[in-house]
Design a protein around this ligand. Structure first.
Ligand code: PMP
Ligand code: GLN
Length: 380
């Protein structure tokens, strides 16, 4: 049987490809973004308890209410704004699903969505499968800042949304209050929506405060804001996240969600509702990840890689011009096979394969893993 592909240009994701190559060559995997250290024992116990307490049936479609209430409380504490747990928060099976559902709830055929490259790899297929068009704007290398004049020049009567992601995957760049001001000027007086991917919300360094869209009621009024518990609580395999949006937008989001996943795994929601009661659950996360970033930067000084800056997420990019002139995909493959260290070539985050000869490293790893990787890179 033949079917007409809805995503003819799409192959296997770079994360699956590089992780498979890492496994094949027994390489240290600093490619795909996942921690290799244990998650919180307390949180594991809370999930086990929830299962024993028989929280094993469907959760309500928008999510376990005490968890939504805990999120609303956290949002108020961190960003000073009130979101309604009943009508403005929906728990989802991961951040990726939240982003896909948000796009699917509003995109019409022919709409345009502005996004910045390098871009997390699910965005473009999410937009295109909805019959909409992607308008790609490059972040300015090497610090990957947004060129707001380029954004304004790209706006047309068909522009339906702008997608932002801070802290940013793959670069670790973060947006500033000035970026928010530029965003505000850009969308003011238009009907452009904002999709804000904030899955690395709590992984931001150097005392920089996260510029969540939730801080800005005027911008939140036109936004879907997406989060991931997997990313921040070192349990990416849980695939649990959430979306926050104003009630009118959330109503449409739930129309998509209720006929897709409908609801998420109940025990993890019950556990997180109780875990989030202690603010340390999120207030301590940046420090831990910053230590990992700093350890990685320090160790990498012994190699010929030149690290770029990372202010958030669990990624940092590096140039390798002192080692090779190869394209980044070829070099990343060779590095896996010959040095035994796997990374992600940043060209994979550009639809046209733009190659600045930069690799992405994930530093959300045990000390020993980083040491082992660097040992292998020193002589390369
Ligand atoms: N957005 C970005 C930028 C990410 O890096 C990730 C993590 N893969 C996600 C969204 C989705 O997270 P989840 O694993 O919860 O779907
Ligand atoms: N977000 C992770 C990364 O950027 C991977 C997610 C995935 O494998 N789909 O590496």
């Amino acid at each position: 049987m033949q079917i007409t592909s809805k995503l003819p240009a799409v192959g296997t994701t770079i994360f699956a490809t590089m992780s498979a190559l890492a496994a094949e060559h027994k390489a240290v995997n600093l490619g795909q973004g996942f921690p290799d250290f244990p998650m919180s024992e307390e949180l594991i116990e809370l999930v086990a308890k929830a299962m024993r307490d028989q929280y094993n049936q469907y959760a309500p479609m928008p999510g376990w209410m005490p968890l939504r209430e805990a999120i609303a409380e956290k949002v108020h504490y961190l960003y000073g704004s009130r979101v309604n747990p009943d009508s403005e928060i929906t728990i989802t099976p991961g951040g990726t699903y939240a982003i896909y559902s948000a796009f699917t709830s509003f995109l019409q055929s022919g709409d345009e969505v502005i996004l910045f490259e390098p871009a997390y790899d699910s965005y473009i297929p999410n937009i295109e499968v909805n019959g909409a068009k992607v308008v790609r704007i490059p972040l300015v290398y090497p610090d990957y800042h947004i060129d707001w004049d380029a954004v304004r020049a790209a706006i047309t009567p068909r522009t339906r949304a702008i997608l932002i992601n801070s802290p940013h995957n793959p670069t670790g760049a973060v947006i500033s209050a000035t970026d928010i001001e530029e965003l505000r000027k850009t969308v003011e007086g238009t009907s452009i929506l904002i999709l804000s991917d904030e899955v690395y919300e709590h992984l931001i360094f150097d005392s920089i405060s996260h510029q969540s869209i939730l801080r800005y009621p005027d911008l939140f009024a036109r936004s879907f804001v997406c989060f991931s518990f997997g990313k921040v609580y070192n349990c990416t395999g849980w695939k649990l996240g959430y979306c926050i949006a104003p009630a009118t937008l959330m109503k449409e989001f739930r129309k998509i969600h209720q006929f897709n996943a409908f609801s998420c795994f109940t025990p993890t929601q019950v556990a997180l509702a109780s875990f989030l009661q202690n603010r340390d659950a999120y207030l301590t996360l940046s420090d831990l990840m910053q230590q990992k970033r700093d350890f990685f930067i320090d160790q990498m000084k012994a190699t010929r890689f030149t690290l770029l800056s990372s202010y958030g997420s669990y990624f940092i990019c590096a140039k390798y011009d002192q080692i090779s002139e190869e394209g980044d995909m070829d070099f990343a493959v060779r590095l896996t096979k010959e040095a035994g260290v796997t990374t992600i070539p940043v060209s994979a985050f550009y639809a046209d394969g733009k190659d600045d000869k930069v690799l992405r490293f994930c530093f959300s790893k045990k000390k020993e893993t980083i040491e082992q990787a660097v040992e292998r890179l020193v002589n390369y």
